[in-house]
Design a protein around this ligand. Structure first.
Ligand code: NAD
Ligand code: UD1
Length: 346
């Protein structure tokens, strides 16, 4: 579609770019010399993150408050700006909520993606990175988990991720000019090292690290450890935690690859560290970072939880030339820096 008013600047559209991972990726993109444009409906994020991005990078990214399902409005953005590629973070992500309200998840996550891809097609923008999740693997029988391990999604949320992967693969099968990276994240944690940006969950956090952080600042009394009778070294669940800035840099690496058309077909890639830590290990590392004792109690297992989940990271190294650099101490130190400076979030 032609539009003479288009600026010559080439942009990366970041859907969900005011959210947790999106905002950190926007910082990494700017640092790598890209021009991100954010589209977000602010259903799970705050506009004030933009000022923090500016404080860190010196640049205020272009922002449109918009629901991706509004195809006409999205089309206007593509008419106005010369968009070269898309990183698609937008979507709902709470596993428990998806079990209680499946339609909400199928409607938002799937329709947003279809609307986005329709507009991309109209404008011949055919490069996309999609935020998938390790949750598509479900209860994997072998760890570390390889990308070719059979996906057994255990929630409507995880099903939406697998369905979107399939939608993108089918788009490629119909038009092999598409360049697609399907990144399956393990457990993103931590914050930007400045302490200006971090995770700001609405309501009581479902995930371990934000819950521990909120206990450390006194927002909750103690951490509930969901079971200590798993077949792991200390009996608590083991996960692959990855620093959100490593994850952000993984997206920059993937973007470079899809830009240079290195991937001839859609690539599923795990983004994790390849190391598993137990709940107790996370708690102890956080205590060290915060310099305080974090009270906890053992409660019963959370339904649907598995014993251990961590990534095989060989493919990411091989295809992206990328590997996580930050360790558990960095993850906890940065999470604490953010939480202690912003006890109530943004
Ligand atoms: P987030 O909720 O912080 O960010 C998602 C953003 O998308 C929010 O800012 C929200 O306002 C926006 N959004 C939702 N629906 C939208 C719509 N219809 N139109 C426009 N904007 C919309 O979540 P996050 O942790 O940054 O996760 C980003 C992506 O990564 C999600 O797709 C999530 O499923 C995936 N992921 C996250 C994790 C994790 O643990 N955080 C793990 C694996 C995969
Ligand atoms: C959860 C999601 C998963 C998503 C992932 C990414 C579920 C069932 N799974 O995975 O789909 O991809 O987040 O962020 O929600 N724990 C406690 N106490 C708490 C919270 C957690 O003991 O208050 C334990 C859990 O039992 C688990 C570990 O900490 O062993 C990590 O939990 P969490 O942060 O919720 O992540 P996942 O369960 O791996």
């Amino acid at each position: 579609m032609k539009n003479n008013k288009k600026s010559s600047k080439r942009f990366v559209l970041v859907t969900g770019g005011t959210g947790y991972i999106g905002s950190h990726t926007v910082v990494a993109l700017i640092a790598a010399g890209y021009n991100p444009i954010i589209v977000d409906n602010l259903s799970n994020s705050k506009v004030s993150v933009l000022k923090r991005i500016k404080k860190i990078t010196g640049k205020l990214p272009l922002f449109y408050k918009m629901d991706l399902r509004n195809t006409m409005a999205l089309n206007k953005i593509f008419q106005k700006h010369s968009i070269a590629s898309v990183i698609h973070f937008a979507g709902f992500k709470a596993v428990g909520e998806s079990v209680a309200e499946p339609l909400k998840y199928y409607e938002n996550n799937i329709q947003s993606t279809i609307s986005l891809c329709k507009v991309m097609n109209m404008h011949s923008v055919k490069k996309i990175i999609f935020s998938s999740s390790a949750s598509v693997y479900g209860e994997a029988s072998v760890v570390p988990i390889k990308e070719n391990s059979l996906p057994v999604p255990a929630s409507p949320y995880a099903c939406t991720k697998l369905m979107i992967e399939q939608i993108l693969i089918d788009i490629y099968l119909a038009d092999p000019f598409w360049r697609i990276a399907l990144l399956r994240y393990f457990n993103p944690v931590g914050a930007h090292e400045s302490g200006l940006m971090g995770e700001d969950p609405q309501g009581i956090p479902n995930n371990l690290m934000p819950y521990i952080s909120q206990v450390a600042v006194g927002r909750h009394k103690k951490v509930n450890i969901f079971g200590n009778d798993y077949p792991t070294d200390d009996g608590t669940g083991v996960r692959d935690y990855i620093h959100v800035m490593d994850l952000a840099e993984g997206h920059v690496a993937a973007l470079k690859k899809i830009e240079t058309a290195t991937f001839k077909k859609p690539q599923i890639i795990n983004l994790g560290t390849g190391k598993g830590y137990s709940v107790i290990e996370i708690l102890r590392a956080f205590e060290k970072a915060a310099g305080k004792v974090i009270p906890y109690r053992i409660t019963k297992r959370r339904p649907g939880d598995i014993a251990a989940c961590y990534a095989d990271i060989k493919l990411a190294k091989k295809l992206l030339g990328w590997k996580a650099k930050r360790n558990l101490a960095d993850m906890c130190a940065d999470a604490w820096h953010w939480q202690s400076q912003n006890p109530k979030g943004y």
